[in-house]
Design a protein around this ligand. Structure first.
Ligand code: NAP
Length: 474
């Protein structure tokens, strides 16, 4: 049986692993497709560069993609103007969509689109070297921090913590990472002095995890401050004993910071604020000048109510970090309310009925929540459903070689040897800069390193010499 997994992030790779490491259905072959020529999804393009331990998960994912019955096919986009989902069913017995949640949620307040107001995703994509970020039309490389002394990060989840931390990191801490050299230079030269990270509810409802929160307190030359009076508005702050363990630990960390007051020495400051709901991004001279917040109070049911009183926080940069959102794939059903594909235990549902051969796993299945490991049980459930259906799936005739079908649909698949070419080029770039591996940030450079032609450049195609299997190519 031949299965396509669309998306090579953690949920896609765990799905592929589940399919090739089981014994119920022998010899399942899996092609892991990705729009980008590079694998690993958000582990490569979302996990912050200074989180080396989490990044090292790429080693585990790599082991799966090098399995003899798994084939990585980068550069294959599924959707409008690319390979339609129906075409995939012509050449695979089953297709599992693991496409994540590709866009960000919006605030829906005036001024949200002013120059200087960005989604956290845009900032993350830039410092993570996502090729779409450098693709032009987005402004100069220092667009995020030029002239910025004060930044507001809206939201108190782990992405908010990541972007706040990256804004106050110095060159010595960024140098050992794989972030693009240009982004490193821009962040290293930035004059950001204060980052306000703002939650609309209380400290016991913050979404960040304690490890990430605690890390903020240990950043070099940076102070973290909280307002004890603000924290005390949360009924659970005085007595956190009834809270779930994760929230209780967060409150304990915040309590420790509340007790010590502001320190004079550090050059930079992260201010954690709570009970402030954004109502407008304010303008000054045609760009962001600050954010107007309405003060809120707990409503006793986990939510908040507005007080009608406001506070303006001056800022030259606003990063909206209020969660990701799934994007519909043309040809697949989509629930716009939840931003997910309707499913039953991973089986795609069309008008309430199971769509044979189509499955989902990861954020497009359950929404953008949980840490990387949450994708393991999620993928396991989907694989279980697929295996339960395997007898019927295997009866369907499919085209002999998917590569032919994908190429006929206009895709230029990058096989594992192409990705290894990118890895080599990134190691070489790092060496030439006196750094470790440094990511290539541009489509052209990635295509060239993968052995693909660069449109309009006269650079010949020259596919890397690779067999269709990944085995033994590392
Ligand atoms: P998230 O955890 O859902 O946090 C979103 C934050 O935005 C919440 O504080 C939420 O507040 C706030 N928010 C939503 N709508 C808002 C609005 N209209 N106005 C003001 N605030 C609003 O999302 P995330 O930070 O993007 O993270 C996504 C997932 O990736 C999470 O599961 C996260 O743990 C994971 N992740 C993990 C790591 C790591 O493990 N190191 C790193 C990055 C991301 P309310 O609670 O009030 O809605």
């Amino acid at each position: 049986m031949r299965v396509a997994v669309v998306g090579s992030g953690p949920s896609g790779v765990y799905t592929a692993q589940g399919l090739v490491e089981q014994e119920r259905v022998p010899d399942v072959r899996v092609d892991v497709l990705d729009r980008l020529p590079c694998p690993y999804g958000l582990v490569r393009y979302g996990v912050a560069p200074d989180h080396e331990k989490i990044k090292s998960l790429q080693g585990n994912l790599r082991g799966v993609l090098e399995h003899e019955r798994v084939r990585f096919l980068g550069g294959v986009e599924v959707g409008p103007g690319a390979v339609p989902p129906a075409r995939l069913l012509d050449c695979y017995h089953a297709v599992v969509y693991c496409v994540g949640a590709a866009t960000d949620r919006r605030l829906g307040v005036p001024g949200e689109d002013l120059p200087g107001s960005f989604s956290a995703t845009e900032f993350v994509s830039w410092y993570s070297a996502h090729p779409d970020s450098a693709a032009g039309g987005f402004g100069p490389p220092d667009r995020f921090v030029r002239g910025v002394q004060s930044a507001v990060v809206i939201g108190v989840g782990n992405v908010a913590v990541d972007v706040a931390r990256m804004l106050v990191r110095g060159v010595p801490e960024l140098l050992p990472t794989d972030m693009p050299h240009e982004a490193l230079g821009v962040l290293g030269a930035s004059r950001v002095r204060v980052v306000h990270m703002v939650g609309r509810r209380g400290p016991s409802q913050a979404r960040f995890t304690t490890k990430e929160l605690r890390e903020l307190g240990g950043l070099p030359d940076t102070d973290v401050t909280v307002d004890p009076a603000e924290l005390a508005r949360d009924p659970a702050y005085a007595d956190p004993s009834g809270l779930p363990a994760a929230a209780r630990r967060n409150v304990e960390v915040l309590r420790g910071w509340a007790g010590r007051g502001e320190r004079a020495g550090p050059a930079r400051r992260v201010r954690l604020r709570f009970y402030l709901r954004p109502v407008e991004v304010l303008q000054a001279a045609g760009r962001v000048g600050g954010v107007r917040f309405e003060r809120t109070l707990p409503d006793g049911r986990g939510g908040v109510t507005g007080t009608g009183s406001h506070e303006d926080v001056p800022a030259q940069l606003v990063l909206r970090s209020v969660g990701y959102r799934g994007v519909p794939i043309e040809g697949l059903p989509f629930d716009a309310g939840s931003g997910t594909v309707p499913h039953a235990a991973g089986r795609v549902l069309r008008d309430g009925a199971v769509s044979p051969g189509e499955y989902v796993a990861g954020w497009i299945k359950r929404g953008p929540t949980g840490v990387i490991g949450t994708n393991r049980p999620c993928a396991r459930e989907t694989v279980q459903s697929l295996l339960d259906d395997s007898a019927a799936l295997a009866r369907r005739a499919v085209a002999a070689e998917p590569l032919d079908v994908l190429r006929a649909a206009g895709a230029e698949p990058v096989e594992w040897a192409g990705w290894l070419g990118i890895e080599r080029a990134e190691a070489e770039l790092g060496r030439s800069l006196g750094r470790r591996t440094v990511k290539l940030a541009e489509w052209e450079a990635l295509r060239r390193a993968a052995g693909l032609g660069v449109p309009g450049s006269g650079v010949p195609g020259g596919r890397p010499s690779a067999s269709s299997s990944n085995a033994g190519q590392a």
